[in-house]
Design a protein around this ligand. Structure first.
Ligand code: BTN
Length: 272
């Protein structure tokens, strides 16, 4: 089902040695429908935390909110990582936030670009923000029990022909850096950061995670958001995240509401 890792990835994983622990189990396919599908399948078949799937091209990449994720050959990083479900019920949104933090920190470490997060875990840069990538978390379940979470990460490495609705807002690591980036370097740093943050989450360090997210999440807080709830359009100003990962929105008259579904649209940005 899988192919040998390309040399750059194999060398980078080998060079990272023990620092990746179980997150060194990277599986490769040149072309897939979606790396999330393969990772969900592996998780359902019993693969444990740290198994990851990477591909050069996805024929049916998925984004959040049912959108397609444009995944042309060579232009992007398409990676899915299996992690354990959280121990405490109700903290699934925290796993999603943690994944975003791991990806943003990894890019900062590998490239020194000042990337930020837009709730829940769009990876953005600049003012007005431009999107570099995003994270789609999906659960592998049997009946009502969650076996594992798959963290799907899509990052634009090189500029590509983005669909028209994205073109104005999409950017790539290469465009921001003014030089090509090594996919292998980014992948290894993401695996390392993901391992570290999942361990911290297991130590019940939600407060520290939220603090880390806030430091990286300035690209959205203060901006106006709208969402639909019970068939009604709602609007407010994003002010913070709650301890469980929900977005806190000031809807006026001194009322702050929680948004958990991730169905928000960001309308504008502070100091945009
Ligand atoms: C977003 O909408 O911002 C999240 C995009 C997530 C895309 C990645 S690419 C690797 C993995 N496989 C998929 O089909 N989707 C995720």
């Amino acid at each position: 089902m899988f192919e040998p890792l390309p040399e750059d990835l194999a060398d980078a994983i080998a060079a990272a040695g023990e620092s990746l622990g179980t997150f060194a189990r990277l599986r490769y396919r040149a072309e897939v429908e979606s790396t999330n599908d393969l990772a969900l399948m592996l998780a359902a078949a019993g693969d444990s935390e740290g198994t990851a799937v990477i591909a050069d091209v996805q024929r049916a990449g998925r984004g959040r909110r049912g959108r397609a994720w444009h995944s042309p050959a060579g232009a992007g990083l398409y990676l899915s990582i299996v992690v354990e479900p959280p121990q405490r019920a109700g903290s699934l949104p925290l796993v999603t936030l943690a994944a975003g933090v791991a990806v943003a920190v990894a890019i900062r470490q590998a490239t020194a670009l000042p990337v930020e997060l837009k709730w829940p875990n769009d990876v953005v840069i600049g003012r007005p923000w431009r999107k570099l990538g995003g994270v789609l978390s999906e659960a592998a379940s049997t009946g009502s029990s969650v076996l594992a979470i798959v963290i799907g990460i899509g990052l634009n490495l090189q500029q590509a022909q983005y669909p028209r609705e994205l073109a104005g807002r999409a950017t790539s690591l290469e465009a921001e850096l003014g030089r090509p980036v090594s996919r292998a370097v980014i992948v290894v740093e993401i695996l390392r950061q993901m391992r570290a943050i999942m361990h911290r989450l297991r130590d019940d360090d939600a407060a520290r995670l939220c603090a880390e997210w806030r430091q990286l999440g300035a690209a959205g807080l203060g901006g106006h958001v709208c969402w639909r709830e019970n068939g009604q359009d709602r609007r407010g100003r994003a002010v913070d995240i709650a301890a469980d990962g929900a977005l806190l929105v000031d809807v006026g008259d001194g009322r702050v509401e929680r948004v958990i579904a991730g169905e928000v649209n960001w309308e504008s940005l502070p100091r945009g």
